[in-house]
Design a protein. Structure first.
Length: 166
């Protein structure tokens, strides 16, 4: 885990408020193809509204190298990479709405399914992922010049890619 990722993780966990509000979710994604039965999805604008109103936390499951390049500058965004999510379950409260995010919704859907299995009652995947979040002009910070892909290491991360990333 990189130094920057550790600092962000600690800062955001300290600011976390526990809330449980009804999120506007769907049973199937409308903005991405990948789906696992039982996983709920929430669109980027509704996600932003939930975060802005402190009605949910967003857990970014991208790896630290990805987060170091681009991130969402909001207090209730946590960073728990998919590769280590099982190590962090004890620090993720079940008494809150949880929205999971990755570049295109594949990894976050898998982690949402895992959290459902682990007994987390209010979990949703960010439908369309971070790639769609950015394309809608929602807030994010980047060290990359604008117009570049997510740098997630997959061939579909280029700006011209038509398929979902990672």
């Amino acid at each position: 885990m990189s130094y920057v990722c550790v600092i962000r993780l600690n800062m955001h966990n300290q600011r976390l408020k526990h809330h449980n509000y009804n999120m506007k979710t769907t049973e199937k994604p409308t903005l991405q193809e990948f789906h696992i039965d039982g996983v709920k999805h929430i669109n980027p604008q509704d996600t932003f509204d939930c975060l802005k109103n402190n009605e949910a936390v967003l857990i970014d499951v991208r790896e630290c190298e990805e987060v170091d390049i681009e991130s969402i500058p909001m207090d209730n965004v946590l960073y728990h990479p998919m590769s280590t999510i099982m190590d962090h379950l004890t620090s993720i409260s079940k008494e809150q709405n949880i929205i999971l995010m990755c570049p295109g919704g594949v990894r976050s859907t898998k982690v949402a399914n895992l959290l459902n299995i682990q007994g987390y009652p209010n979990v949703a995947n960010l439908d369309g992922g971070f790639k769609l979040w950015k394309s809608l002009g929602l807030p994010f910070e980047s060290i990359m010049p604008s117009g570049n892909g997510c740098s997630g290491g997959c061939s579909s991360c280029s700006p011209d890619a038509k398929s979902s990333c990672c």
